[in-house]
Design a binder for this molecule. Sequence first.
Ligand code: B12
Ligand code: SF4
Length: 470
Amino acid sequence: MRAHAKHEPRLVWIDTLVDYPIHQDLTGTRLFNSSYDISLPLALVYLRTHLLSHWPQVQLIYHPRRLYQAMGRSCTIDDLVADGDVVLTSCSTADAPDARLILEAAKRAGKTTIIGGIYPKFSYSEVLAWGSADYIVTGEGEGPLLAIMDELAGGGRASARRPGLVTADQPLPGKQALVDLASLAQPTYAGLPIAEYLRYMRSAYILATRGCPAPCHFCTSARLYGYSYRTRPIPSILEELRQLWDLGFSRITLADDTIAADRKWALALFRAVARANPGYRLKIRARADELSPLLLDTMVEAGVEVVQFGVESINLTTREFMHKQLGQQAICTAFEEILRRDGLVANPLYMLAYPGETWADLEANAAFIKAVGSNDRVISYLSFTTPYPGTGFDRSARTKGRVLTDELKFYTNKFPVFLPSSLLTEPAPEALQRLVAVYDDLASAINRYHPIHHPIPRAFFNAVGADNGW
Ligand code: B12
Ligand code: SF4
């Protein structure tokens, strides 16, 4: 724990807004998602806990802007940045432009700024070029945040190199040590606006592990943690689940990239949850080839209701292009084993228009999605291949197709921002039209069971120039 410093700064964390939330009003559905994607960010919860465990007196004000917007509370970013000396925010790709507005308002008001999240991880040079970020955190935030606090409170730089941080005088982040999850304090939700969030969050989120060792080329979330896989102590997970239940959440999502990379540990976790569960229902995500019958049985006993897993494409060749390393049999078995257990719902994820995918592949995939998805115990999730800027996948995709727009607000995985050369057998406008027709047809088929897919907003077609002959 840090000694009480003379210049302990006041911090204010401001959430970003998104232009295109993936989900809309979900009241009355079986989905474990938040209406309009209004949700308490886990980065805030976990970093706030970490900070308070080292700096118990520090003042951290939280401005949940998405929640404010939903509640009709009007406030400008300029008003919000006034609440602290240091302004913090976090963003993924689609909300990076909004994060920039927050940092710019903070700099106008003379504040120190800190940004982290998945966009800064891959695009730290772009964020540095904004000229408004004093500290850019490029991976796990726990270590860098404490280093920044020491620097701000002590008035000087604690050490010559600060791994995981990019600043004007340190343009490369360097290699960062992985956080020992067992050393972290128990997450605390006290003092956060839970009652207000409960109106929109149909599920709370927790993270029980970090990372995924699988090599899927398109994946950004797991790469935040390199190829590592770490698990939290089971008692700490149980305690967090209990806390969320006590706060009023009856559905909880384990937002992990995969909960079952270490199957022995996963079995121990779900056995412990089965013993402790006072009534909450769970959604989990794992790779299809990790879902053994024994693990699924244990999950059912633990209260798991929704099992999410990536199929991406039913064509083995497309999955090979993705480096997905997932056999055909594993997918079929996952569906069979999940649907054989009455209490479970399957939540397969699919990705359309991957480099190398042909029209025949796409149509075969669509036929599979429709056939398997025509079942109210299957919640199919459709996404489009999205080369997130700054990633290795983006660099390689640009040599294998055409990126239709660089406007980040469309990088949510629900817009066809990329056309692979393998689908450019006809001019791009026609290829896009044909791809969107496949999506619309699929969406209308699976929406009969779970109406979660929406038409692609007109603004996207305007932005790519599709209406003006490109
Ligand atoms: C839960 C979740 C949500 C929730 C909560 C979002 C949130 N901000 O917490 C909801 C449903 C609201 C949501 C919304 C969206 N999401 Co989302 N979401 C996830 C999910 C499943 C888990 C994220 C999470 O909580 N991780 C745990 C926390 C602790 O990790 P973290 O945020 O990265 O924070 C760590 C570090 O990055 C760093 N850090 C992060 N921020 C900061 C800030 C500071 C100041 C510091 C010091 C450090 C720091 O420290 C943290 C701890 O080490 C991920 C997939 C995954 N498994 O990661 C997708 C994911 C992040 N989401 C994604 C997307 C596309 C979205 C949306 C754009 C969708 C939309 N159109 O609405 C919005 C964006 C809204 C927003 N502003 O976040 C993509 C992002 C892809 C990309 N490369 O940009 C992901 C990776 C899923 C995917 N594979 O497609 N999401
Ligand atoms: S299995 Fe899922 S989480 Fe793991 S790398 Fe592949 S896509 Fe990412």
